[in-house]
Every structure is written in structure tokens, then in C-alpha cells.
Unconditional design. Structure first.
Length: 163
């Protein structure tokens, strides 16, 4: 069953971004392995992007994750660290599709609530909001999750990895 969430236009989201609790269940599933399952997530809403979801560490199977050397910087949240996923059963390693902020201290202190929370790009695993399988935001930088209620053409973040 897909939730009947109210319509949201990504161009109505604020800048600087807003942070708020998620009213629903998020799951991340790789083949049959549940990587994350929570009803305690936070989301960040930023102009021109579908919401980016942050999952509390206790709701993520961290035994499959290993921090790597990749990082990126956000003026609002600070320095992000990236993780590789080591699937069970000797499946191929998935690199840098998960990130977190160990010390979110960008230009706005309001993002301290996501300290050590994990965020997942959509794919290669399936991501769900309630029972709806979400789509990835275009591009490979911002990591927004697009549900059926999200409207507006998203920024793809082309060239953003030059940071």
C-alpha cells in the first residue's frame, strides 16, 4: 500500500535547507539483506532537490559498512564521510553510496541532529518510504529520494564532485 502523502514541490523548499522528522517508515534493502529500517529518520529539504533522508545509526546494520577515504563538503552540514558496503555471501562491494556527518558544523548549527546518521543513495539497493519504492534524484551528488508526491524538476548537481 502506497501512502497518500500531500504533494510537495521541491521549488517550495527553503534555502538554507530545513530539517524535520519523517512521518513514516524508511527501509533500504539489498537483495534480501535489510540494511536499514526505521521510523525515526530525519529529512533535509533544500530548494530544487527531493528530500534527503538520514537514518539513526541504531537502525542501520553497520556490520556491513566500512568507512573509506572519500569525503565531500556542504556549507550547511560540514564534512561528510563515505562508506563502502560489504554484502553478505561474498557479493561485490558497493563503494561510496552511503554517507554521514560525524560533526555537522556547517554555517548553520541546526543540522547537529543528523550527527552520525546515515544517508543512502538510491541504488544499487531498493529504498522505500512506507511501502513505496522510491526513485533516485537525477545525478549522483545530492542523493534525494523521489516519491510520487514530490513534484518539480530536480537539480542534478552536475559537476558538484569537483569539490
Amino acid at each position: 500500500m502506497v501512502s497518500n502523502l500531500p504533494k510537495e514541490n521541491i521549488w517550495d523548499y527553503p534555502r538554507p535547507p530545513a530539517i524535520e522528522p519523517v512521518q513514516g517508515r524508511l527501509r533500504v534493502i539489498y537483495n534480501e539483506t535489510v540494511l536499514a529500517d526505521t521510523t525515526s529518520a530525519l529529512r533535509i529539504l533544500e530548494t530544487g532537490h527531493p528530500p534527503t533522508y538520514y537514518i539513526p545509526p541504531q537502525d542501520v546494520k553497520q556490520k556491513y559498512l566500512k568507512r573509506n577515504t572519500k569525503s565531500s563538503f556542504c556549507e550547511y552540514k560540514g564534512l561528510a564521510s563515505y562508506y563502502d558496503f560489504y554484502p553478505p555471501n561474498n557479493q561485490p562491494i558497493v563503494s561510496s553510496r552511503i554517507w554521514s556527518y560525524g560533526n555537522p558544523n556547517g554555517t548553520h548549527g541546526k543540522f547537529s541532529a543528523i550527527k552520525d546518521y546515515y544517508s543512502f543513495y538510491v541504488g544499487p539497493w531498493d529504498c522505500y518510504f512506507n511501502e513505496e519504492k522510491v526513485e533516485a534524484q537525477p545525478g549522483d551528488f545530492y542523493g534525494g529520494w523521489k516519491t510520487k508526491n514530490i513534484e518539480g524538476k530536480a537539480n542534478a548537481g552536475s559537476g558538484a564532485w569537483g569539490l
